[in-house]
Design a protein. Structure first.
Length: 269
């Protein structure tokens, strides 16, 4: 299939030492999860804190090695030590805190263009050798995320949180991904800025024909961006359905709890 296919994924972390021998226990952060994100599809992964959402993303981008299961992208295994890194080139990820994912001492231009040093396949012609072409290509990406050309010269401390997240999105786009993973990509931003950045992601998805995996605890985000929702609880996937179906006819008790907690929050806000 084209797109992302996660099958029966289990990921464990070393836990605290236990017993008189001080053996390390294992924390099963993700247990037997299967999830597809078809090409062009936007899937939201929701669930309470600690339910394993970010661990799934980390396994997809190779930041943690699963204990078992398989992860394929466009039919190629991402877990294969030889082919995996190459197959993963079609995937980019944006994190929660844009400031900590950008180097504060490097200009925006340097941060974006280093993506092309790491992945020459994604580099537009000439950008690695011709400074003017590099600047033009960076400015073009900044334009796509709604930032002015003069941002290229600035460093992250001179930018707002929303601008930094736009830079992170531009840097992700520089890699010409087919799948963008957004791990709580707006939750660290002010509410008004959250809406603008979400809107940007929705429009980028449309213009670039990307598939997206949105990790979020915010069901409001889900409504805005996703076609389908997968609900995680304590490391397991408990329900997966189209957005409309999930909101109107949730099947699992835990999904109903999540939805009613979100309604309570809206009412008390
Ligand atoms: N590096 C690690 N070492 C040990 N345990 C970890 C590590 N990272 C995560 N965990 C544990 O794995 C489980 C799943 O964590 P994970 O971050 O994937 O959940 P999450 O749903 O993304 O939560 P949050 O929304 O708070 O980020 C949690 O019990 C967490 O404490």
């Amino acid at each position: 299939m084209t797109g992302l296919r996660i099958s029966d994924l289990t990921v464990t972390y070393p836990g605290p030492r236990t017993g008189s021998l001080g053996r390390r226990s294992q924390v099963e952060a993700v247990r037997g999860v299967s999830l597809d994100v078809a090409s062009d599809e936007a899937v939201a992964l929701v669930g309470e804190s600690g339910s394993g959402k970010s661990t799934i993303a980390r396994a997809v981008v190779g930041l943690v090695a699963p204990a078992s299961g398989s992860v394929e992208f466009d039919g190629a295994s991402l877990l294969d030590p030889r082919g995996g890194p190459r197959a993963r080139r079609g995937i980019a990820m944006i994190f929660q805190d844009p400031r900590s994912s950008l180097n504060p001492r490097r200009s925006v231009e340097a941060s974006i263009s280093e993506a092309w040093q790491a992945q020459p396949d994604a580099a537009p012609a000439g950008v690695r050798t011709d400074p003017r072409r590099r600047r033009d290509a960076v400015v073009e990406l900044l334009d796509q995320v709604g930032l002015d050309p003069d941002v290229a010269r600035k460093r992250p401390p001179a930018l707002s949180g929303g601008q930094c997240q736009r830079v992170s999105i531009a840097r992700a786009l520089a890699l010409k991904p087919r799948l963008l993973i957004c791990d709580e990509a707006v939750s660290a931003l002010d509410v008004s800025v959250q809406a603008q950045v979400l809107q940007l992601l929705v429009s980028i998805r449309r213009t670039h024909g990307l598939s997206m995996l949105f990790i979020t605890h915010d069901l409001g985000v889900v409504r805005q961006v996703a076609d389908r929702v997968a609900v995680m609880r304590r490391g397991e996937l408990v329900e997966s359905a189209g957005v409309q179906t999930l909101f109107t006819d949730p099947q699992h008790d835990y999904t109903r709890e999540l939805l009613s907690a979100a309604v309570d929050l809206e009412v008390s806000a």
